[in-house]
Design a protein. Structure first.
Length: 73
């Protein structure tokens, strides 16, 4: 399980209702998406691995995804 938590870059507060898409590198991995809850979190049923995180269509993180990933949008 990977949790992505999205914070506002300008206010530092969690952002709810944001579309989060996680694309995993590697053959047959693909991607997953979900929407943040009131805590700015989205929980994705995925194994750790290299990938990219997009919030509302904009790339906000590239690297190894494992556990909780905090991003700013």
């Amino acid at each position: 399980m990977i949790t992505v938590q999205v914070y506002s870059r300008s206010t530092g507060k969690p952002l709810s209702g944001k579309r989060v898409y996680v694309y995993f590198s590697g053959l047959l991995r693909g991607g997953l998406e979900g929407y943040t809850d009131r805590n700015g979190e989205v929980h994705l049923n995925a194994d750790p691995g290299d990938g990219e995180v997009y919030v509302s269509g904009s790339k906000v993180h590239t690297g190894y995804l494992c556990g909780k990933v905090v991003v700013y949008s």
